[in-house]
Design a protein around this ligand. Sequence first.
Ligand code: GDP
Length: 445
Amino acid sequence: MPSVVVVGTQWGDEGKGKYVDLLSGRVHVVVRYGGGHNAGHTVVVDGQTFILHIVPSGILHPGVTSVIGNGCVVDPDAFMTEVQMLRGLEIEVGANLFVSDRAHLILPYHRLQEEREEDKLGNRRIGTTCRGIGPAYEDKIGRRGLRVGDLRHPDFLKEKLDYIVREKAEQLGIASDAPKLLAECEELLKRFTAEALTHISDTSLLVHESILAGKNVLFEGAQATLLDIDHGTYPFVTSSNPVAGGACTGAGVSPKAIDHILGITKAYITRVGEGPLPTEMLGELGETIREKGAEFGASTGRPRRCGWFDSVVVRYANRINGLDALAITKLDVLDSLDEIQVCTHYDYHGERIQEFPGELSILEECKPVYRTLPGWETPTAGLERVADLPKNARAYLEALEELCGAPVEMVSTGPERHSTIEDMGTSGKSVLDSWFGEPKKNPAA
Ligand code: GDP
């Protein structure tokens, strides 16, 4: 039975949440393999909108096991708030949710640390969500982090926390506040332990055994390729590895365990926070797309910068991730445009650049070179069949395929589960049917 990685191919917010939700109906286990509660997946089910930050969207499907993998960092408050929110909506959260014993904890001092660092950077700030995620990863790499599994050993936890909080308070220049900060952390962890203890597990083993038992597993990335700590636009990146390879380290599975990789790609491009965006639409057009596409951060409400489709970016994402298929989102947002630009390559001081550059100083000077395509000026919102797509919309999708080097197998035409064209492939069959077989009523049965 297959395992599939869902990965963002641009700067995030591609609409992964919708596809993960769609695929969750076909799998037994959904695993988040990286990031913290800065990821905001928006899922619309029967007209109801769910915004999930840390709990995998598999939780919305009865009978599916949801896993927060070892590659994630977990904020106890965010976890508890989200679990309460889900229960309040009568969604089951119990033996269907597991948190890796090896995932790292985000604690109140991480937030203080991040705010301090962003302030110090002034106009060179990264534009992070200031939720303590970066500093928690720093502590992980610095080998001084606290892990979820430590909650099972209260004496060890107390001793380590006591030491770390004093160190942190000193670094932050608030040494006299250390007892207050310690009490805050202890109180938080006490509440979290009561809630989380039954969910803690060796999730790498759980996933391994699920695969051996022939179950379908979905690995859900947070953020996206261009925000990857290694492969993204450093330093305007996240602190983990959202790329498909990150699924192996962040979930604790072998590369051999991955069968398919699905790249989620917006029909245009957006980016939140700082950093270069070569195809940025400035002025009125950018505003129009932002409004139409509701391009405001699911986690922070920050307006996203919008741009034309950049095939240099998605070609690069194809290479780094090894995409089997592209799943396009938000095609409907472009419905009213009479002309659409697609960036084919960059011009860097007269030099033709086809491959995404590693250095920010080069990227900043790259000018996009566009191919202009006619718009379709016909509503596509809610379409479910390729045959119903306007000719120019199909030509647009074919151009993306050609430029990115990966087949477009699915197209999303609205936020709802059913607003999805699945019969894009040449076989006329849904790629999901060929990966997973025909859908079962209850995949857990
Ligand atoms: P994610 O983090 O990659 O899941 O992206 P977000 O959840 O932040 O952004 C996706 C937003 O776009 C959500 O509000 C979705 O409901 C919405 N969305 C997803 N697919 C489509 C689509 O095809 N068309 C439109 N109009 N909205 C979509």
